[in-house]
Structure formats: structure tokens, C-alpha cells
Unconditional design. Structure first.
Length: 213
């Protein structure tokens, strides 16, 4: 979506934007069957810092290998330790956010892997992606899954969970587009079509010749 805004939608005339908004408001939403309440209604502030800092050995989160600690180290600087985002929401809240309240966690996983970058005439919005290439630490599939599960459990739809396999799938780009899936069949298909065409032409010419005789 950020790409669509950056390269296209920001240039639409006011009238077109109003027309799109009017159309969307008048159209019945199509939901995933599992989405029973609005995606933006999930979550609440939850501050991780006390549970990941300090030297209490009984602290369950006292490890660099869990979602809370990874969130604190990689996300809290912008989205704040309680997930509420900055005061002006330039760094958005992670609760009451459609990216964390949906049944389908792919937007959340994609935001972490690929970041969000949007340039407009007078603004730049940047969240670094945590996959390669990156300005920040790269996170592996399990780490992205751990952060996603932490974020979902406290700030989003707690019924949704993410596995390292889900992250690997999104990292690869998800479902390949139709053309890419058809590509292996294209060359044999074209050769087949040319052969059929040749057979038809030859048959047609033979029939014509016979008629003339
Ligand atoms: C350098 C600051 C920064 C860091 C670090 C950062 N984010 Fe973000 N994040 C942003 C900004 C800026 C946006 C986009 C705001 C916008 O779209 O206007 C954003 C958007 C998001 C969104 C919403 C995406 C969407 O599609 O709307 C999610 C979810 C998110 N971040 C999660 C995370 C998680 C989880 C981490 C840690 C792995 C993280 N962010 C780290 C700045 C940051």
C-alpha cells in the first residue's frame, strides 16, 4: 500500500480521491470469516521494559531470544515500550492497528521483513525492513515469528499465531503471481500451439489442392 501511495495515489486529483472514498464507504466490506470484530479494535498498551531489563534471574523474559526482548531491542525505540507509538502517531500505535488485528498476519510479517517507506512532497515515512538488505539488524524467520507472536498476543488479535514457516513463505514473496506460475508451461504451450497451427495450415492447403484437382 505504501508503494501505491508513493508512486500513484498521492498524485490523484482531489475529486478522484473523494470518488474512491465514497465508493469504498458505500461498498459492503468483504471479510475473512475469522474476522469477527473490527481489526482496529484489538489490543491495549503493554509495557515490556520491566520484564526484559534488570538482573532478576527469575525473570521469564530475561533472555535475548524471546519476543518481548526482541521487541524491546528492535521495535520499542519507535513504537514505544508500551506499543502506543509516538504522541503524533508518526510512529503508529501497534494496538488498534489493522495490521495487528486481522486474522491474516501477513501485513504484520511484511512490515517487519520489508519495512514501510513512503516519500511525499513534504514527508518521508520510514520503517526499516529487518530482512536483507537492511539498515538495521537482520532478523531470522524464528525471530520475526517470535516478535509477531509477542505483538499479536499483547497489541493485536491474540488468537493468531505465526510460525517460522509462515515468515519464510512471506520472505519468499508469498503466492507467486499467475504469470510466474504459468511460466514453466509457456514454452511447451507455445510450441504446441505452433505445431497445431502448422497442421491446420497444411491440412487446409491439401484440401484446397484436392478441390482444384
Ligand atoms: C525506525 C523506526 C521504526 C522501527 C525500529 C520499527 N518501526 Fe514499525 N513503523 C514505523 C513507521 C514510521 C511506520 C509506518 C507509519 C505509516 O505508515 O505512516 C511503521 C509501521 C508499522 C506497522 C504497521 C504497518 C502497516 O501496514 O500499516 C507495524 C505492524 C509495525 N510498524 C511493526 C513494527 C515491529 C514489530 C517492529 C520491530 C521489529 C517495528 N515496527 C520497528 C517505524 C518503525
Amino acid at each position: 500500500m505504501a508503494e501505491a501511495v508513493e508512486h500513484s495515489l498521492q498524485y490523484l486529483p482531489e475529486g478522484d480521491l473523494h470518488a474512491i472514498a465514497t465508493y469504498l464507504k458505500g461498498t459492503a466490506p468483504i471479510r475473512d470469516e475469522g474476522d469477527t470484530i473490527p481489526a482496529f479494535s484489538y489490543g491495549a498498551p503493554y509495557d515490556v521494559e520491566n520484564s526484559v531489563r534488570g538482573r532478576n534471574p527469575n525473570n521469564a523474559n530475561h533472555s535475548l531470544d524471546n519476543g518481548a526482548a526482541l521487541f524491546s531491542g528492535n521495535c520499542a525505540s519507535c513504537h514505544q515500550p508500551d506499543g502506543a507509538g509516538s504522541a503524533n502517531q508518526a510512529y503508529p500505535s501497534l494496538f488498534h492497528n489493522t495490521a495487528t488485528g486481522l486474522r491474516n498476519p501477513n501485513n504484520l510479517i511484511s512490515a517487519i521483513l520489508f519495512g514501510v517507506q513512503r516519500d511525499t512532497a513534504d514527508h518521508q515515512v520510514l520503517m526499516p525492513g529487518f530482512s536483507s538488505p537492511s539498515y538495521v539488524d537482520k532478523l531470522n524467520d524464528q525471530q520475526v515469528a517470535d516478535i509477531s507472536n509477542f505483538v499479536l498476543a499483547h497489541y493485536g488479535n491474540a488468537e493468531v499465531t505465526v510460525t517460522a514457516g509462515d515468515v519464510a513463505w512471506v520472505r519468499k514473496g508469498g503466492h507467486p503471481p499467475l504469470l510466474a506460475r504459468l511460466q514453466p508451461m509457456m514454452l511447451p504451450g507455445m510450441i504446441g500451439a505452433i505445431i497445431v497451427l502448422l497442421v491446420v495450415i497444411v491440412a487446409w492447403r491439401l484440401m484446397r489442392r484436392r478441390r482444384v484437382d
